[in-house]
Design a protein around this ligand. Structure first.
Ligand code: URA
Length: 351
């Protein structure tokens, strides 16, 4: 089967499709020992593809994990400001997984981590019809017209935007949980839509991603996806079977029962299992230097040991354990970062 070089690199887990394109145009990729800088280049299974001189083999087993991202961490693999990262909650995952899309620092809920660049690419692109579902807690009791305006479409600073659906999910005494569905992953889209119609966002929760729900997970916990969940997600975005990749297809808004956001106890985000060195941390290039990639040795050696690492496939049990794997909570010790009580939701647009 022939495929475009950047797609091959992405599905081999080297980098996202966009980063793979950068590697190619930067002249770091060879095919059968010849440097290739053209993005349209096709390769098949007989071609020898290398990045920085390291052979890349097609990956037949991709990895997929769903994390319940707590609020109080960034979704990027590293943060120039040194804030906690969502990746640090994946303590015993050895593969170079990367997050698909972003959730704001103060938002919480489902984040998919995977090695599968092709799937990530399709989930990110509005063309493939992936709908993002959010539960948004807003102050007060919104007027039906405010919700209708978000669906009708608004002009934001970066162009027109709309929600595919908005309805009242649950009413509390002073606040309202809205269920909002949007068709793109644009920066702060949900917060900006709410703001544009005069609604103050108090909390933002993503109960599922790609149809996979965080039900049964505690904040800071993750689980591997079941093969049938991966297959369903692939079908949804047209990567397998009768897909929905037709961009002219009328938008049908998904309606599934949604889990509730976890209760908050005012003591900050749970501590991650152990510091997990990010493949991108410390200014390292997205593709490691020659010699590192094949075995992933350096990453493994430099990772501090943690009891959970001894369990090769123990991620399932991560689902429902209490969220203090470091044991600090039990011993009464608290990480310094949690000493000071922070406002729960800044309402500011930080990522
Ligand atoms: N919309 C937002 O405003 N923030 C997110 O994190 C995701 C969608």
């Amino acid at each position: 089967m022939t495929e475009r070089l950047q797609k091959f690199l992405a599905s081999a887990g080297v980098a996202s499709r966009r980063k793979a394109e950068e590697l190619i145009t930067a002249g770091r990729v060879t095919v059968n020992s010849k440097r290739v800088t053209e993005l349209g280049t096709k390769v098949d299974e007989r071609d020898l593809v290398a990045v920085d001189g390291q052979l890349v083999s097609a990956r037949d087993e991709q990895r997929y994990f769903l994390l319940y991202k707590p609020s109080g961490c960034v979704t990027t693999l590293s943060d120039p400001q040194g804030r906690p990262t969502a990746a640090s909650y994946l303590g015993n995952v050895k593969e170079r997984v990367f997050p698909v899309g972003r959730l704001d620092y103060d938002a919480e809920g489902a984040v998919l981590f995977t090695t599968d660049g092709e799937l990530a690419n399709r989930l990110a692109h509005p063309r493939y019809g992936h709908q993002r579902v959010y539960l948004v807690k807003v102050k007060g009791d919104p007027e039906p017209e405010q919700l209708a305006r978000m669906v009708a479409g608004l002009r934001l600073e970066d162009g027109p935007a709309k929600a595919l659906a908005v309805d009242v999910h649950e009413k509390a005494e002073k606040n309202t949980w809205l269920r909002m569905v949007v068709g793109e992953g644009r920066y702060h889209l949900v917060k900006r839509l709410c703001e544009a119609v005069g609604l103050q966002v108090l909390r933002l929760f993503r109960p599922e991603f790609g149809g996979i729900s965080v039900e049964g997970l505690l904040p800071g916990r993750f689980r591997p996806l079941e093969p049938e969940e991966v297959a369903a997600m692939q079908r949804m975005i047209g990567l397998a079977g009768e897909g929905s990749s037709d961009r002219d297809r009328p938008v049908e808004v998904v309606r599934r029962p949604l889990p509730k956001a976890a209760r908050r106890h005012g003591h900050g985000p749970p501590a991650p299992p152990s510091p997990r060195p990010s493949p991108l941390a410390g200014g390292k290039p997205p593709f490691p230097p020659p010699g590192e990639r094949e075995s992933g040795e350096r990453a493994e050696r430099s990772r501090p040991s943690h009891p959970s690492r001894e369990r090769e496939s123990g991620e399932r049990s991560e689902r429902s354990r209490p969220s203090h794997p470091s044991g600090k909570k039990e011993s009464g010790e608290r990480p310094a970062a949690r000493e000071k009580k922070k406002p729960r939701f800044s309402g500011r647009r930080s990522r």
